[in-house]
Design a protein around this ligand. Structure first.
Ligand SMILES: [Zn+2]
Length: 373
């Protein structure tokens, strides 16, 4: 099999050894010092990637995607998209899953890994797994196909994808053939597009949906009843604002929905890299340059506050102008709304803090210039 990681003798030491082996092992590709630092550091400081900083984890993950990409020809952002998708649908804190120190989150079920008819469902022999039509391959070069080893899992996924071809469409077919789940295919295609567009794993910045000012107001209204359309609870926060106030993207994301909905009026939905769906309703209009499938950044104007909705297309003025903002989290089979109010407060406060720091900085610079003309 692929001798990528010759130095890796102890496969179960997870992050530290598998990541180190990528760097010092077979391929001999130049590795930036920062990446080495990022991978080695969390192990030295805590022995556990759980306590490592987000930046060092991103950097280590990017390192393993890049190495596997160089070895297999599968672009890094496709590994990243599958990995991120599985991470976002994994149940947090589920007690039936062992806590692992793995760097990547792709979990391949035993019957898929070893082969459905394989009598040994914990088989790690590449030869017998292949004999039983299993998915598992050895990517680390130690002769073992381990479903708990990052390199083995990514390499096995790459071997599966290679069967379909290189284009984005081929990739979508390969993903469909693996998951047989339209929602998974859609998400992974979206994530791959986002990662490819921005060229990095860190897509974590946010913005408040309205430009900071004194002319909007909002409070927590989670779960309160509403009159129109029968017994539904209110899944979101209403931000009351003047008609025509710009509405901005709250995240790095991809425009998933755009158009009329009898409840939401002119509405837009944006998927972020955490698999959250940001929903903006009752708009008076859209930013004409934004279409479905487009990529947006935090703060980018997507439309304007209005009072559309509660009827046939074009219905307006049945309530005071406001932005209805909701967030839904995809759990793989269903989507759950959660209260966006705490996040809105957090984003608003963060923007005020950033603004204050920026003003302070420019004031200090001004002072310096005055002192040293
Ligand atoms: Zn509302």
């Amino acid at each position: 099999m692929l001798a990528l990681f010759k130095n890796n003798n102890n496969r179960r030491t997870m992050l530290c050894l598998s990541a180190a082996a990528i760097l010092w092992g077979g391929l001999g590709l130049p590795v930036p010092a920062a990446a080495v630092q990022a991978i080695v550091q969390p192990v030295e400081s805590s022995g556990n990637p759980v306590n490592a900083s987000k930046e060092s984890i991103w950097s280590a993950r990017r390192g393993i995607y890049d190495q596997l990409s160089a070895a297999t020809g599968i672009p890094w952002f496709r590994f990243a998209a599958i990995d991120q998708y599985e991470r976002t649908i994994a149940k947090k804190g589920a007690s039936d899953k062992p806590v692992t120190n793995r760097l990547t989150g792709i979990m391949i079920p035993a019957p898929v890994w070893s082969g459905p008819l394989n009598p040994d469902q914990e088989d790690t022999s590449p030869e017998s797994i292949t004999f039983f039509n299993g998915f598992g391959r050895d990517g680390s070069g130690d002769g073992i196909a381990d479903p708990g080893n990052d390199a083995d899992v990514l390499y096995s996924m790459a071997r599966h994808l290679q069967k379909y071809g290189d284009s984005a469409n081929d990739f979508n077919i390969g993903i469909w053939e693996y998951y047989h789940n339209g929602r998974a295919s859609q998400r992974i295609a979206q994530f791959a597009k986002l990662y490819e567009h921005f060229g990095r794993l860190d897509l974590s910045g946010n913005a408040f949906p309205l430009p900071l000012s004194n002319s909007y107001s909002y409070r927590s209204t989670w779960g309160t009843g509403r009159s129109w359309g029968g017994a539904r609870i209110h899944e979101g926060t209403d931000l009351f604002a003047p008609q025509g106030m710009p509405v901005r993207s709250t995240c790095f994301g991809l425009v998933e929905t755009k158009g009329w909905n009898r409840y939401g009026g002119w509405r837009i939905g944006i998927r972020d890299i955490e698999n959250r769906y940001h929903y903006y309703a009752h708009l008076s209009g859209y930013n004409k340059s934004i279409s479905r499938g487009d990529i947006v950044s935090p703060g980018e104007i997507i439309g304007w506050v209005g009072s559309s909705g509660y009827g046939n297309p074009g219905t307006q003025g049945k309530f005071p102008p406001h932005l209805h903002f909701g967030i839904y989290r995809d759990r793989g089979i269903t989507e759950w709304a959660f209260d966006p109010f705490p996040l809105l407060k957090q984003w608003e406060n963060q923007e005020y803090r950033d603004l204050k720091n920026k003003n302070k900085k420019s004031a200090t610079n001004k002072e310096k210039r005055l002192q040293h003309p």
